[in-house]
Ligand binder design. Sequence first.
Ligand code: NDP
Length: 433
Amino acid sequence: LRRNPGEAEFHQAVREVFDTLGPVVRAHPQYTEGAVLERLCEPERQIIFRVPWVDDAGRVQINRGFRVEYSSALGPYKGGLRFHPSVYLGIVKFLGFEQIIKNALSGMPIGGGKGGADFDPRGRSDGEVMRFCQSFMTELYRHIGEHTDVPAGDIGVGAREIGYLFGQYKRITNRYESGVLTGKGLTWGGSLVRTEATGYGTVLFAEQMLATRGAAFDGLRVAVSGAGNVATYAIQKAQSLGARVVTFSDSSGYVVDEAGIDLELLRQVKEVERGRAADYVARRPGARLVEGGSVWDVPVDVALPCATQNELTVDDARTLLTNGVRAVAEGANMPTTPDAVQLLQEGGVLFGPGKAANAGGVATSALEMQQNASRDSWTFPHTEERLAEIMVAIHDRCAATAEEFGAPGNYVLGANIAGFRRVADAMLALGVI
Ligand code: NDP
């Protein structure tokens, strides 16, 4: 705390993990002797840099760029880039820390890292976004590489941004190094299913949790927050399993559509027009936009928070419980506050933490790296099958670990311990580095 003052989200993420590690640390004194916990509090490398660029009016703009190369015990640093005005070191470190445990839990050979900038792409022209990305990469390129550090997308960084970043990397280095970024377009090294992977994976994880109680998505009411990459494909997968998804949201408010979200309209508004929730409601009879308030006020069986950190509070958890929610799976990173997690678990709700439930995105990024390394590209059904196998394996790993440590059904404890053990064992094997 003293070494990293003011990094509230980072403290929250570390505390949430460390709070569950007692049983495994007590059982294995080598983790204490090797100072594994202390080492995990300190990223291997943190890079902060100026990003100067020129807007459409000819004015010079300055943003701050970050890359936290957190842990390379299991493979090259791997984790997304976030472009959002709220980005500062504490956010990047929290995301990087969670990424270590998540990537370890996924079973893939990837370390943990995260980056981004306090740049807001909303309302910016394509030209402005391109110039920003080019300037960002003009510094970042010297730190990344397919064997070193492999960034991807996150909030505010989608296919358009990855394209501009990759173009600038290729131009500066004169190398067509496909494996340096994931989330690429399909014609230039991307993988089928990567776009859908996080949202699909979240629903597949929730499906596995529901199955432990003999339930399935068919016929259930579902609330999704967010309207970006993760939310859109969580909605698609839940609908394909027979659920009725009645909400989505963005920073202007939330939409209730009792007939079920019209996915084609949502994609047209968000992916093509880069519009707002109000643009969906204007073209969808029966749908309404609620500004202010909480999307979790809508009665549902399953809640999928897919927008941002700390968006589901203890008051929301209380409302969800009153309305009879059965499962919550985190598509976003750390969207549920710690007291809300506790209340939901005490209330008997199946709770899938983001480290497990949204790991399908990074796992499919690792599949993209595999395809790049072998200069191959797999079909959609093959890649989706791999994703489904990975999600089932993650679910089972969490469940088995929770069982092993005397907390059956506690996916938070299961995910944290299973991920921690894998990375901690590798750290010890590699010596004091
Ligand atoms: P996008 O930028 O595609 O979408 C984010 C959505 O959340 C937008 O609808 C945005 O609304 C909303 N949102 C973001 N910040 C806020 C905020 N402070 N308040 C209200 N609404 C907000 O991002 P992704 O879908 O890629 O990411 C969503 C979450 O999933 C993040 O937590 C991310 O870390 C996590 N994640 C993403 C992965 C991926 O593969 N993309 C992988 C694993 C986790 P608006 O446009 O109005 O800001």
